[in-house]
Write a protein of this length. Structure first.
Length: 298
């Protein structure tokens, strides 16, 4: 089942830099994953904490190669392939995906552009996007994704890693927010927000009593594959420990949309190999933090 966008939807995405689509997945397709996360909130010990600022940790696990389990099937079902290819205007390929669990008490995440890091992976331009698929309810109360519409048109902002860059980044961010405001992307399970790699975005604080879980599936355009020897030190993304080979163009192994509804996957998340992050990076890098393996989240 190909997911086709109307000319109005495509125009809206190109103009504002994001598009909210309801019911990309049926809530029943995601129920097994919801139940698994409730029974094992550590995702088999794969979750770690991620921090690049003073906010409390979000819990994350990510992967580049999609296995024959549910988390590896979601990014490559036909509806996701056709949707991302349509928005990119070119064949899409899987860049990486991640499960992000925002536990109760987590404060607001930092504002950033994804291309701020991906540029350092050697890609020629920002023709990349992410689809944030809500696994649980995603609301203002529990820290849904926030975006600054139109901000993707302002180009790449240097990630504020080095001393003195934070002031410049914040000034440009604040100007964009003043000009265009903030949109809270509230989603029901199965809804998705597709957003451009240069769109400023962040997550809000989780003031609820339950986890907020989103699967973020990121894609690159085939014509935008990294340039040989163009990658540089990536202070914002080095913690992910992703190799050049894993960033190169590899055709998306598309599966039929009913693969999920008919249970044509081996397990929920035991067939996809989650990346092991780097924990020994300098303090000015975005860092991964090991978490207890005992279930501690709601």
């Amino acid at each position: 089942m190909a997911m086709r966008f109307s000319p109005e939807q495509l125009s809206d995405y190109n103009d504002k830099g994001f598009l909210i689509v309801r019911g990309v997945f049926d809530s029943l397709e995601l129920e097994p994953l919801q139940t698994a996360l409730e029974n094992d909130p550590t995702v088999g010990g794969a979750l770690y904490g991620m921090t690049g600022d003073t906010s409390s940790l979000q819990h994350v696990c990510f992967w580049t190669d999609c296995g024959d389990d549910l988390v590896g099937t979601i990014p490559r079902v036909e509806r996701m392939a056709t949707a991302t290819t349509s928005l990119l205007g070119d064949e899409s390929y899987h860049w990486h995906s991640k499960l992000v669990v925002k536990p109760p008490g987590s404060t607001r995440g930092r504002w950033h552009q994804d291309f701020g890091s991906w540029y350092d992976d050697g890609v020629p331009g920002p023709n990349m996007l992410t689809a944030g698929v809500a696994v649980t309810e995603s609301t203002q109360q529990n820290g849904c994704t926030m975006v600054v519409p139109y901000s993707h048109k302002r180009g790449r902002l240097n990630p504020p890693q080095q001393k003195g860059e934070e002031t410049v980044f914040n000034a440009r961010r604040d100007f964009a927010i003043k000009e265009h405001g903030i949109v809270h992307c509230e989603l029901h399970p199965g809804d998705a927000v597709f957003f451009h790699a240069n769109l400023l975005h962040a997550s809000g604080s989780n003031e609820s009593s339950r986890d907020r879980v989103v699967m973020f599936c990121s894609y690159n355009a085939r014509s935008n594959a990294p340039i040989t020897n163009a990658a540089s030190t990536n202070e914002a993304g080095a913690y992910m420990n992703i190799t050049k080979a894993e960033r190169a163009y590899r055709p998306l192994d598309v599966v039929e949309d009913d693969s999920i509804s008919r249970g044509a996957y081996r397990s929920l998340y035991n067939d996809t190999i989650f990346k092991t992050p780097k924990f020994d990076l300098p303090s000015n890098y975005t860092r991964a933090v090991a978490l207890p393996t005992e279930p501690t989240m709601s």
